[in-house]
Design a protein around this ligand. Sequence first.
Ligand code: ZN
Length: 339
Amino acid sequence: MFPTTIAGSLPKPLWLAEPNRLWAPWKLAGAELAESKLDATLLAIKRQEDAGIDIVTDGEQSRQHFVHGFLEFVDGIDFARKVEIGIRKNRYKAMVPTVTSPLRLKGRVHAAEARHARAHSARKLKFTLPGPMTIIDTIADNYYGDRVKMAFAFARLLNEEARGLAADGVNVVQFDEPAFNVYMDEVRDWGIDALHTAIEGLTCASAVHICYGYGIKANVDWKATLGGEWRQYEQTFPALAASRIDEVSLECCNSKVPMDLLGLLAGKAVQIGAIDVATEAIETPDEVASVVAQAMKHIPKDRIVVSTNCGMAPMRPEVAWRKLAALGQGAALARQRYG
Ligand code: ZN
């Protein structure tokens, strides 16, 4: 009852990259970097296991950023040709690379860290990949001439990697789609179909993570414009409920998402965000348990997974570790109270 997981990422060790910032450059290179990424993966797993996290991740220790960590392994993208675009409907500007020829994987993207994580943990393993809609929102196109066509090209590559991850022993492949809270019409028009392409033939469980973004200033400012009730999920959850995706990971804690929207996810396992990544205040176990209690009013207990609102990559490490502990303790308390 009430297994725990995290959205995906954790801070990196101080010797690997500067903490508390997105896109932090690596402090090592070459073979040293490759070996150190795996060491960091082990630490991330140990942190989670010690905190009582049941479904662990690699902490995304091997990628600089959740989208570009994948793109680096894709042929057809010119990283020297960077242009500035407004992403997430112009919420912020980013320098992004350009697609210049047909997209193809150079090989396996995450095999090393997935196999390393699998070899060193007996717990269930979740692995995250960026979703097709979020990828095409974070890259410029000078080849396909059609954003949707490009999204499906990426979806086929994601499918290749997802199948590889399942073969490596991963239990859940999760696609991160923060763009699903921005382009709600497109989610219904083609976003879910693109995810279906990404999970075709997948032998492990599939999940989609839809959030309101990392706790960085641009997102906090954007959230302030969304009004007293965030109803973005209301438009996409019915379509997700009808989809072949097994699980949905979403933001609940301290957000203005009306909890009754969870009722729209009939039949899905729901990873509820019970830890806020936009504040350094540490949740109490009681606060975590109370998010579970709220969720229980709208979804059956046995479909609740307790998680974080979003990734913890840009957090101060000591804050992230304390939040991780609160997550484990809060879920244990919820089991005692409601299990
Ligand atoms: Zn997120």
